[in-house]
Design a protein around this ligand. Sequence first.
Ligand code: UDP
Length: 379
Amino acid sequence: MYDYVIVGAGFFGSVFARRMTDAGSKCLVIEKRSHIAGNCYTDNVDGIHVHQYGPHIFHTNDEGVWNFVNQFARFSRFSYRPKVNFRGRMLSFPINLTTLNQLWGVKTPQEAEQRLAAERVPIDAPANLEEWVLSQVGQEIYETFVYGYTKKQWGREPKELPSSIIRRLPIRLTWNDDYFNDRFCGIPEGGYTQLFKNLLSGIAVETDVDFLSDRDRFESRSKRIVYTGPLDRLFEYQLGAHDWRGLRFERQVIPVSDYQGIAAINYTDAETPYTRCVEHKHFDPVQSDHTVITHEYPADWKVGDEMYYPVNNDQGERLQQRYVDMLPDNYLIGGRLATYRYYDMHQVIASAMHLADKEITRRSGRILQIPKHASPTRR
Ligand code: UDP
């Protein structure tokens, strides 16, 4: 009998399994895919670590999370500084003084602020992504960096999307072009798959196992189920399917040592069918006379496709809540798929650590709190 059968070997399931195993629980991790590491999975292609499901840059402000992951990998000092290609013009991104210098020739924070003040569209209460960006930086920046990219990525007009999607990106009036503001940032040397191998070391893991095709057996073998897959699939889409955005990756091995000189270039016009071109060796540098690149094409999504971006509208939120209400008492959920949230890795890890801590407290409480009337019988 297991204490926990954990469905899914991504960050949520693997971190939970590690914490609970270290606390003395018996865990089994099962994974539908043929590999561990979820969408962080990195494969070794001709000596280059390739992020199979899109680039994953680790960043966090949470020292506890940073210390935790550093037990399982050494992190490089990589910091994400993508460039934008807008109709052939190379621009600095996210918006910073270099960008504004390239667009308008401004050279100081004061000049930039003056110019932005003139550009901003006065909108009192921005009601969507488009209005929010216009109110912050005006029409030219919106059209150059945001409109086309966002429309391609989400398959809808930016005025139909919430501003929360883009508010995570900084707008800086300094020369700092770092994508993230976090204190800690890096890429695990040796790739994410190796990090996951270390994280799951000594824990029973079965890949190529679909929980749903043998659910009764797993439920009967475990006190609790930690489910990290999508809830609509768990309940056989009884109330309907969630909506996601998909991605298609086109990978090429190119016989040059450096193709584009940087890890990622975003193509922000609406006409280019892909959103970005990623050159993997820049994440985890190696010397080689070839390189691997991936063009990322946003795609419509249908049931059965890989899930990338949850389309978090009100309807999706309501559906999610109804599925959550249907969960049996012995089920715990977490991670991007099960919670239908556009999470970063560090948020998933923090929530798995938190759930494990709660479980450890609950389990130790149950052992310590022997009810007064239940005096042990001796034979
Ligand atoms: N975005 C944009 N232009 C860019 C990059 C991002 O307009 O060149 C917007 C877009 O709406 C996107 C959001 O910012 O959905 C968040 O981007 P992020 O890079 O965080 O997305 P992810 O890396 O998760 O795909």
